[in-house]
Design a binder for this molecule. Structure first.
Ligand code: IVH
Length: 688
C-alpha cells in the first residue's frame, strides 16, 4: 500500500506530465505521446485526485480574458453605407466596376479569430483593438460547431462571428440581457461557467480564412488550398468542417443595381432570419482584385457594410412618471401607447432629464416618433405635437399599430419637486433632479437590486428584494448576508426549497474579485470597465481604503480613462459607503485583482532553457505575473527564448526560426527597466 506522501508525489508528477503534454498538444501542435497514452495519464490522475485542478483545465488554455493575443492578421473594420447611392459608388468607383461580388448577412454578434495549427485548434481570440484581442480559447472550445480539428492539417486563421440564436435568446435569456449580442460577448469572455449564458449555447459562422506564409507556418503543416476567390475559401471551410456564413455571388451586368435590390429584399425578410443581423456585407470575390485595391488602416477598400435603416414608429405620450434611481437621480419615464418597433413592443421610454423634455418640447397627448437603432434602447426623437396618427400615413413604419384609445388632453409635463419615494425635496444638479436623503427607500431598493444583478444572483430579483424590504428583514446590502432560513420561509408564498435556494445563492455570492465588488456597489459612473481599471490599480481592498483615508483623489487620474471628475466621484462614493463597506467585509471574501494582463509581457510566449542562477519556478512566476505565458518547447509561436548556461538543442532551433533570445541578465533588465506598466500599488504587493 502506498503512503500519503508517495501518493502526493505521484499526483504532482501526473499533473505536471499532463500540463506538459497538454501544452505540446494544444499550443505547439507537436504531441510526443499518443492520444491513448495521454488519456491514460488523465484517468490515473482522476482516480487518485478527482478534484485536482489540472483535470478541469482544457489543455493549458489560460483563463479567458487574462492573456492578450496579437493577431497575425489584423482584424479590421468595415466601411459603411446606408444609401443606394453609396452602394452604387462602392461598385462603380471604389472597386472600379469589379466583375464579381459576394453578399453575406452582417451578423450582429461578437467577432472571433480561431487559430488552427496543423489542423488543430490552438487558440481563439476576440477582436479587441483589431491588432490585439483577448485569449478566449477555453470558452471557444465549448461552442459546439467550432471543431477541435479540421479535415486537413493546415495552418489557418479562421474569422467569424459568435452568436446566439434568437429562438434560444427568447426562450432562456430575454429577461437577463438586452440582446443576444451582449450575451454572446459575455459568454465568450467569462472566466467561470456561472455567467448569464454558457458558451455551449453559442454558435459560430465563419466569413474569412487567412493562411500564414511558408516562413510562419508550422514545418509539418500542409500547404494551404489553391484558391482565387473568396467564395472558394467559403466552400473550402465547409469542406474542412467549419460552417461559413451564407453567401450569394453576383456577377454580370448592372451589379450596383442588383446589390441595391438585394438590400431591399433583406430589409423585408430581416425578422425571419434566425439570428440578429444588422445589415449586409458586400465584398469583391476575386482575391487578386482585392490585393490591387488594398485597404486603409481601418478597413479594406474591397468590402462595404450596408446597414439596415433604423426602425421608426409613432405613438402617443400618455403620461410621464418620475423614478428615483440607486444614485438618487430622479428620472422622467415616458409612458406611451404600446408600439412595436424593430420587433419589440415599447411602452416605457426614459426621457433622461429635464433638459431632454425641454429639447423635445414635449407635452402629454403629443404624437411622438420613436426610433430603435440596432440593439440600442428605443428613444423618443421627436414630438409631432397634435398630429393624429392617421395624418402620418405613409410616414408610419409598417409595424405601427394605429392608436385606438382615447387621446389624453394636451397638458404640460409635471416636473417633480419631491422624491416620488421618500417625499424629500429634490435638488437640481445640472440637468438632473436628485434626492439626497441617505435612507431613501427607492435608493436602497435600487442599490440592493443592482448589487444582486451585478453579482448575478439567480432567483434574488426585484420582487424578492421588495418583499424583504416591506417585511423589514433588510435595510442595507449587508443585511442580505445576515438573513436566516426561517425568516425567508415565513414570507408569503415561500416554500422550504425556495428559501434554501435563496440562502444558498446569497451565500455563494460572497466570493468576488475587487472589481466585481466595486461594480456591485453601484456608485455613479463606476460601471464594470471603470471598476476593473480601478481594481487593477489598487489590487487589494486594503490599498484602496488606505487611499480613500488620505482623501486625495488626484492619484487615481493616472489610471487610463479616469479623469478628475470620475476620481472625485469615486472617492466620495467610497467615503459615503465607509460603514457599509466595513460591515460588508466581515461577510465577503474579496480577492485581490489579477494584474497579469497588464504586465509588459502580455501576449508574449516564453520558453526557458539551460541552468539558471535563480530557481526556474521563480523566473516563471515573474514572467507570468507580468502577463507572459510559459511554454515548454520551441515552436514558431514562441516569442522569446530565455537561455541560461549549458543550453541544448532549443537554442539552435530558436535561432533557425528567427526567435528572439534573451540571457537571464537581459530578462532581469527588462523587469527592472522603468518601462514596466505595473502600477506602484501592484509592485509592492508582488515584490517586483
Ligand atoms: S467581413 C476586414 N463578413 O462586422 C473585415 N464581417 O464591422 C472583414 N461581421 O468585425 C469582415 N458579419 O465581426 C465580414 N459576413 C460578414 C460579417 C462581418 C459580421 C462583423 C465582423 C467585423 C464587423 C465589421
Amino acid at each position: 500500500m502506498s503512503t500519503i506522501d508517495e501518493d502526493d508525489g505521484l499526483i504532482e508528477e501526473l499533473a505536471q506530465k499532463i500540463a506538459y503534454h497538454s501544452d505540446l498538444y494544444y499550443n505547439q501542435a507537436a504531441p510526443e505521446i499518443s492520444d491513448a497514452q495521454f488519456d491514460s495519464l488523465f484517468e490515473k490522475l482522476k482516480a487518485l485526485a478527482p478534484e485536482h485542478p489540472q483535470l478541469s483545465k482544457v489543455g493549458s488554455d489560460p483563463d479567458p480574458g487574462s492573456v492578450k493575443v496579437k493577431h497575425l492578421f489584423p482584424m479590421k473594420s468595415l466601411d459603411k453605407a446606408v444609401t443606394a447611392e453609396e452602394i452604387i459608388h462602392y461598385c462603380e468607383v471604389t472597386t472600379e466596376g469589379g466583375e464579381r461580388y459576394i453578399a453575406q448577412p452582417k451578423f450582429d454578434g461578437s467577432a472571433l479569430s480561431l487559430e488552427y495549427r496543423c489542423g488543430r485548434l490552438v487558440r481563439a481570440a476576440t477582436r479587441g483593438s483589431g491588432t490585439r484581442g483577448e485569449d478566449v480559447t477555453r470558452n471557444a472550445r465549448l461552442i459546439a460547431n467550432i471543431p477541435e480539428t479540421l479535415g486537413t492539417k493546415v495552418d489557418v486563421h479562421i474569422r467569424g462571428e459568435v452568436m446566439m440564436s434568437l429562438d434560444l435568446f427568447e426562450q432562456k435569456y430575454s429577461e437577463v440581457s438586452p440582446n443576444p449580442r451582449n450575451l454572446a460577448a459575455g459568454a465568450l469572455r467569462q472566466k467561470h461557467e456561472d455567467g448569464k449564458a454558457h458558451a455551449s449555447d453559442l454558435i459560430f459562422r465563419a466569413y474569412d480564412a487567412k493562411f500564414p506564409d511558408a516562413k510562419t507556418r508550422h514545418p509539418e503543416s500542409e500547404e494551404p488550398p489553391l484558391v482565387e476567390c473568396d467564395s472558394e475559401i467559403l466552400e473550402w471551410l465547409e469542406k474542412v468542417g467549419v460552417e461559413p456564413a451564407p453567401w450569394m455571388v453576383f456577377q454580370g451586368e448592372n451589379l450596383g443595381a442588383a446589390l441595391v435590390t438585394h438590400t431591399q429584399e433583406w430589409a423585408e425578410k430581416r425578422s425571419e432570419f434566425g439570428f440578429e443581423i444588422d445589415g449586409l456585407v458586400f465584398k469583391l470575390d476575386h482575391l487578386s482584385r482585392r490585393e490591387l485595391i488594398g485597404s486603409t488602416a481601418h478597413h479594406p477598400r474591397w468590402a462595404i457594410a450596408w446597414k439596415f435603416p433604423p426602425e421608426e414608429a409613432f405613438s402617443v405620450l400618455l403620461a410621464v412618471d418620475w423614478q428615483t434611481g440607486r444614485t438618487g437621480v430622479v428620472t422622467p419615464v415616458a409612458r406611451i401607447a404600446p408600439q412595436k418597433v424593430g420587433g419589440v413592443t415599447v411602452e416605457n421610454v426614459t426621457l433622461h432629464n429635464i433638459r431632454e423634455i425641454e429639447r423635445l418640447n414635449l407635452s402629454i397627448g403629443d404624437v411622438v416618433k420613436i426610433v430603435r437603432r440596432g440593439d440600442v434602447i428605443p428613444k423618443i426623437i421627436e414630438s409631432l405635437g397634435k398630429a393624429s396618427i392617421t395624418d402620418l400615413q405613409g410616414r408610419v413604419h409598417a409595424d405601427t399599430t394605429p392608436f385606438k384609445g382615447e387621446l389624453p388632453a394636451p397638458t404640460p409635463i409635471p416636473i417633480a419637486n419631491t422624491c416620488p419615494s421618500c417625499q424629500s425635496d429634490l435638488i437640481l444638479d445640472g440637468a438632473f433632479l436628485r434626492c439626497n436623503y441617505v435612507d431613501c427607500d427607492a435608493k436602497i431598493s435600487r442599490a440592493l437590486i443592482y448589487w444582486c444583478r451585478a453579482l448575478e444572483m439567480d432567483g434574488v430579483g426585484e420582487k424578492l428584494i421588495e418583499l424583504l424590504l416591506e417585511n423589514n428583514l433588510i435595510t442595507s446590502i449587508a443585511d442580505l448576508y445576515r438573513l436566516q432560513h426561517h425568516q425567508i420561509v415565513a414570507l408569503e408564498r415561500m416554500g422550504e426549497k425556495s428559501a434554501t435556494n435563496i440562502i444558498a445563492e446569497i451565500h455563494s455570492s460572497r466570493e468576488m474579485s475587487l472589481s466585481q465588488f466595486l461594480h456591485a456597489l453601484g456608485m455613479p459612473r463606476i460601471g464594470p470597465e471603470v471598476a476593473t481599471a480601478i481594481a487593477q490599480y489598487f489590487v487589494s481592498l486594503d490599498a484602496l481604503l488606505m487611499w480613500a483615508d488620505k482623501g486625495e483623489a488626484e492619484s487615481l487620474t493616472t489610471v487610463d480613462g479616469i479623469g478628475d471628475k470620475v476620481a472625485e466621484i469615486f472617492l466620495q462614493g467610497v467615503i459615503e459607503r465607509n460603514s457599509l463597506i466595513a460591515d460588508l467585509i466581515s461577510y465577503l471574501f474579496i480577492s485581490a485583482e489579477e494584474v497579469s494582463s497588464i504586465g509588459r509581457f502580455s501576449g508574449k510566449t516564453f520558453c526557458i532553457t539551460g541552468s539558471l542562477s535563480q530557481p526556474r519556478k521563480r523566473i516563471q512566476e515573474r514572467i507570468t505575473k507580468a502577463g507572459g505565458k510559459i511554454v515548454s518547447s520551441v515552436g514558431p509561436n514562441l516569442d522569446i527564448l530565455v537561455v541560461g548556461e549549458k543550453v541544448g538543442s532549443k537554442l539552435a532551433k530558436a535561432e533557425s526560426l528567427g526567435i528572439e533570445v534573451w540571457s537571464e541578465e537581459q530578462l532581469d533588465l527588462k523587469f527592472n527597466s522603468d518601462g514596466l506598466t505595473i502600477p506602484d500599488s501592484a509592485k509592492t504587493i508582488f515584490d517586483y
